[in-house]
Design a protein around this ligand. Structure first.
Ligand SMILES: [Fe+2]
Length: 461
């Protein structure tokens, strides 16, 4: 984030003597990006940040992708996930490539350590749950529908409040049962190519980096770190560091959140998706209007409740489209998804760049009278093919690729259509059936699907 901010105590001039109450110098640290030519922050530690007491490598964090050479539509039902691990170990990568990884986490327990992602920025979207992100640069209280953008290198601990059931047994926040989601649930999109997650450049002034008037959000919508920030404590503290595709345990004899002050343009922040002001139009507006953040080779978009197109003949759901250079993954947050059938809260759909997609049968006609949409979804578009993990395959809805089958225009059923004054030829149903039957001959289960009849695509397991 290129906007200047400061928190806590600072000396008048940088790189000058700044002493603790006991007369010992604070330890200044420059937290710099892009070889110290990108955004930086300067921070002051109670203890030298270099005094490691010990370390060891814990486990690999490299996702294992499957079906890398198979292209198909996918519907991943993250609502079937059960609580596991903590807000770091419980993250289950579902899709990714060499640029970005997308994981979903339903933590079962809290973190007994602090964590640093030293290989990528993280954009955490909190679906359910409340709590505090305690970072080395201050605390960010979070709740449902908050994006938490945590740049590479920031040490933090994510603490959830325990969710509560109301008098009727229904959780007060309207989400899944407390048994299914005891603490919360969140989606994490993190860079795997070392790039930084930032607001789109076109929203910002070239000269000052101020958000421009056409941007769907601005500085006032961002929540920046607050106190508490500083723990002057000694003992044994573990900081887990994700780097080089592995998790490491680094041990210190002082609390890792020991900064008394910092300033600069590199820090974590929160942004609630309800503060995204959607751009609407007389006719359908394309997906870039939903863009919220970007990293190298991917974008993050927010599909929010909004007024629909107001041309008297407007079609309110998206047209069929081929996003020729991108794979698209949508995470469905709440509302009814006008152009999609069979989608649940917490579903992810993956639409690869090789084939067009569009409204489900019947949804175009059904949408024509609508004036607003209540859908809320987060999308990640990538410029390289997204690959599923085994976990995504295990949560797969095998019927999804067939969900566009059916009568799109029921009002015309049984009628006649003419093209350029000539009656359309009857559909060659017999030839189609033969061609479909041949699809399965000699193919691996994951690579084929014969539509029609009672068949559904195999899960690919
Ligand atoms: Fe799309």
């Amino acid at each position: 984030m290129p906007h200047y901010y400061r928190l806590g105590q600072l000396p008048k001039k940088r790189h000058t003597q700044f002493r603790r109450p006991d007369g010992v110098l604070y330890s200044e640290e420059l937290f710099g990006t892009e070889g110290f030519t990108g955004p930086t922050s300067t921070m002051y530690h109670i203890n030298p940040p270099t005094q490691v007491a010990g370390w060891r490598t814990l486990y690999s964090t490299k996702p294992q992708y499957v079906e890398a050479d198979t292209m198909r539509m996918r519907h991943t039902r993250s609502g079937l996930m059960r609580p596991a691990g903590d807000p770091v170990t419980g993250r289950v990568v579902l899709y990714g490539n060499s640029d970005v990884e997308m994981s979903v986490c339903v933590p079962a327990e809290g973190m007994g350590y602090h964590y640093k992602n030293a290989q990528g920025d993280e954009c955490i979207f909190v679906h359910f749950g409340t709590g505090v992100l305690y970072t080395m640069m201050g605390a960010l209280r979070f709740g449902p529908k908050d994006y938490l953008v945590v740049p590479k290198g920031v040490v933090y601990r994510m603490e959830f409040d325990r969710r509560q059931s109301g008098p009727g047994g229904t959780p007060a926040d309207g989400g899944p049962s407390v048994e299914a989601v005891p603490l919360g649930k969140f989606l994490t999109i993190e860079t795997a190519n070392g790039s930084h997650i930032l607001p789109p450049k076109r929203y910002m002034s070239h000269d000052t980096a101020q958000f421009l008037e056409h941007a769907p959000y601005c500085e006032r919508d961002l929540r920046l770190p607050e106190m508490p920030m500083t723990w002057n404590e000694h003992g044994a503290y573990e900081v887990r560091v994700k780097a080089r595709g592995s998790m490491h345990a680094y041990v210190y004899d002082y609390h890792p959140l020991d900064i008394v002050g910092w300033d600069g343009c590199y820090y974590p922040y929160a942004f609630n998706i309800d503060d995204f002001a959607p751009i609407t139009g007389k006719l359908h507006m394309p997906p870039p209007i939903h863009q919220t953040f970007e990293g190298h080779n991917f974008v993050i978009c927010s599909f929010c409740p909004r007024m629909l197109d107001w041309h008297p003949q407007a079609i309110k759901v998206p047209y069929n489209h081929s996003n020729l250079d991108s794979d698209e993954v949508l995470y469905y947050v709440e509302g009814n998804f006008g152009s999609r059938k069979g989608i649940e809260i917490g579903s992810l759909t993956a639409h690869p760049q090789g084939i067009p997609h569009g409204p489900h049968p019947g949804t175009i006609e059904a949408s024509l009278g609508a004036t607003h949409t209540a859908e809320l979804a987060v999308m990640c578009d990538t410029f390289r093919p997204l690959l599923p993990t085994q976990a995504a395959v295990e949560l797969d809805d095998p019927k999804y690729p067939a969900s566009w089958q059916g009568e799109h225009f029921p009002k015309l059923k049984g009628g006649h259509m003419t093209l350029n004054g000539h009656s359309a030829a009857a559909a060659p149903a017999v030839q189609l059936a033969q061609m479909v039957q041949q699809l399965g001959a000699g193919a691996r289960p994951a690579d084929t699907w014969a539509p029609g009849g009672d068949t559904a695509p195999p899960s690919g397991r």
